[in-house]
Design a protein around this ligand. Structure first.
Ligand SMILES: [Zn+2]
Length: 247
């Protein structure tokens, strides 16, 4: 018997999902997003890069243009109409105060209770110890840090002096998707899984570059294999696991 996941908290209204690349949220987390937006919660996406280094056969500027469009379409499928791109350089995102400053500004503006990000740990848990990429590690850690930065009026005070922005100390949780140390899970309906499949399938150019399957078949197969791995730890029910940090 493996450890069971604890259900995700439900007493919140606004979430902000911050990840490195177009497609990061569609490899799992989007089913939870569909579940939340269906329940009337507000979810926005913040992409740190435009994904310009993600497709070997496309020149970076063309790749960025295509992948921005795919990300906006895939967000719409799961009820997210706010998608922002920060434009940091794909593959070489720099950890440090410049990134934390950009994240704090958006957190202060959106004022979420829940932040979502992707695995910040060194490895993935795919049955083997697969090494995680630097962008995911850097962005995940910066999100965990920026949750605190946003609430402190003496950190990045120029954002507040400029007028408009106010400190936001209301982030109560940071939920990390894809973590090998998942603790919690969001149960998802069949409808949410179908929307997540359609959401991933919107990344047509990206999927075409890495699979011979057509996008919906690729996305369906991927979600089926994830469900096989995760449901046993949630009473056999379909779910999206997260490592949940509280503040
Ligand atoms: Zn990624």
């Amino acid at each position: 018997m493996t450890d069971q996941f604890t259900p995700m908290p439900t007493d919140w209204e606004r979430a902000l999902a911050i990840v490195a690349h177009p497609d990061d949220l569609e490899y799992g987390a989007a089913a939870a997003v569909a579940e939340w937006t269906d329940a009337g919660r507000d979810v926005a996406y913040l992409l740190v890069t435009r994904g310009e280094a993600g497709i070997d056969t496309l020149e970076p500027e063309e790749s960025a243009r295509v992948r921005e469009g795919e990300q906006i379409a895939s967000a719409a499928v799961v009820g997210v109409d706010s998608v922002t791109f920060l434009g940091h350089r794909d593959g070489v995102i720099e950890e440090g105060t410049a990134l934390r400053r950009d994240l704090a500004a958006v957190i202060r503006s959106h004022r979420p209770e829940l932040l979502i990000t992707l695995n910040h740990r060194e490895t993935w848990d795919w049955g083997t110890r697969a090494w995680n990429t630097p962008d995911h590690r850097v962005v995940g850690r910066a999100v965990l840090d920026a949750a605190g930065d946003a609430g402190n009026r003496w950190i990045f005070p120029e954002q507040l002096a400029a007028g408009g922005a106010r400190p936001w100390d209301g982030v109560r949780w940071v939920a990390v998707a894809g973590s090998p140390e998942a603790t919690h899970a969001q149960g998802v309906s069949e409808r949410s899984v179908e929307r997540a499949v359609a959401s991933l399938a919107e990344h047509r150019a990206y999927i075409a570059a890495l699979s011979d399957l057509e996008p919906v078949a690729y996305a369906r197969e991927l979600h089926a294999s994830m469900a096989e791995m995760t449901a046993p730890r949630f009473g056999g029910a379909p779910c999206v696991p997260f490592e949940l940090f509280t503040r």
